[in-house]
Design a protein around this ligand. Structure first.
Ligand SMILES: *Cc1c(COP(=O)(O)O)cnc(C)c1O
Length: 362
């Protein structure tokens, strides 16, 4: 059986280092926001080429805190892709703003800059882009729109640690950017974690307060914040994993290239664009008979996933979107299938999957 994901195997190479750093944290007696969090924040900012990083409790909180830092008027409109993980849209709602869903390009699965322009109104205050599956968005076009229309830019980098657009890492384009360190992400910890990244010192200081009850001095609360702190154990694990992130991404890129070159026939493969270095958090193919294909692969010993089976505008929690039409998003949701591409998969595993795909008849 070729598994889709196995977090024991993903983390096994770091067990010895993790055990040592866990023992150090245990001995220190200091567990929330401490030396490891500070060190990780500066190491991750440095890795990205950004000025500031603020560790928080999750990717969703990183998004929410980024929006909170902008201090937008209640009910402001924020443009967001119609095909994203639900957290992106939830963060906008949590802040009391209105998500305006914009369709992706069918080739890249990322938000379509031409459709962004058509969705801007007098109430639009920000664009929240998502570098879906680990592929950076069309940043030149999006930056141009933000400049011309005087809009804030936010980036959801939860699937794109280390991905680059024209040689510059994602997370360094927006006013604020959000990362998740959920265990399955390319840079994953052993629980929940996230970070806000920014080049602006004021935003960084504000997010630091907002993550800690709006306080920058014990028992003095300046803002209405959250409790969304990164803990020392996770930060210590992340410092170790960060040293391996480039190798993790290279391994996934190598497997992706095998898929790209080996898969023949009736499949729509991810687009390769010269302007982007993709990190393949997910490697998807699209096929008209997706469900039959998934069952066929399973019957032959290969587990796959669907990212995502239900689009945000059809989720019970998103009633205000019901009845709206997002045909491109639906087309992706009904045809996409995510293939095994984890760090523990070998080239032979991928060759086996390619062989099955090329023999699929329907
Ligand atoms: C994982 C993910 C999030 C949320 O991150 P959590 O750490 O699970 O809160 C947000 N956006 C995208 C695109 C994601 O993939």
């Amino acid at each position: 059986m070729i598994e889709y994901e196995n977090l024991n195997k993903v983390n096994a190479p770091y067990f010895e280092e993790y055990k040592k750093s866990f023992a150090d944290v245990l001995d220190s007696g200091w567990f929330v926001l401490g030396k490891n969090v500070e060190a990780f924040e500066s190491e991750f900012a440095n890795y990205l080429g950004a000025e500031h990083c603020v560790g928080v409790a999750s990717g969703l909180d990183a998004l929410t805190l980024s929006i909170m830092a902008l201090d937008l008027d209640a009910g402001s409109e924020i443009i967001v892709p119609s095909n994203t993980y639900i957290a992106t849209i939830m963060s906008i709602l949590q802040c009391g703003h209105k998500p305006i869903l914009v369709e992706p390009c069918i080739e890249t699965y990322n938000i379509n800059p031409e459709l962004i322009v058509k969705s801007i109104t007098a109430k639009t205050k920000a664009i929240l882009v998502v570098h879906l599956y680990g592929k950076p968005c069309e940043m030149d076009a999006i930056l141009q729109i933000c400049k011309e229309r005087d809009l804030f830019l936010l980036e959801d980098c939860a699937q794109a640690h280390g991905a680059e657009y024209k040689g510059k890492k994602v997370g360094t384009f927006g006013h604020l950017s959000a990362f998740s360190f959920y265990p399955t992400k390319n840079l994953g910890c052993l629980g929940d974690g996230g970070a806000v990244v920014t080049n602006n010192a004021e935003y960084a200081a504000k997010v630091k307060m907002l993550r800690n009850y709006g306080s920058n001095k014990k028992y003095h609360n300046l803002l209405l914040g959250l409790n969304s702190r990164l803990d020392e154990v996770q930060a210590a694990f992340l410092r170790i994993k960060l040293q391996h992130l480039d190798n993790i991404n290279k391994h996934k890129q190598r497997l992706a290239n095998l898929y790209l070159q080996g898969i023949k026939g009736d499949y729509i493969l991810p687009q390769v664009t010269p302007s982007t270095t993709d990190v393949y958090h997910i490697f998807n193919v699209r096929h008209k008979k997706r469900d039959l294909l998934q069952q066929y692969l399973l019957d032959n010993g290969v587990k796959t996933e669907i990212h995502y089976p239900i689009p945000p505008h059809r989720q019970p929690a998103m009633k205000f979107l019901h009845g709206m039409d997002f045909p491109i998003s639906e087309q992706i949701h009904t045809t996409t299938l995510s293939l095994p591409i984890s760090t523990f998969h070998a080239e032979e595993d991928v060759d086996f999957v390619i062989g099955l795909l090329n023999a699929f008849k329907c």
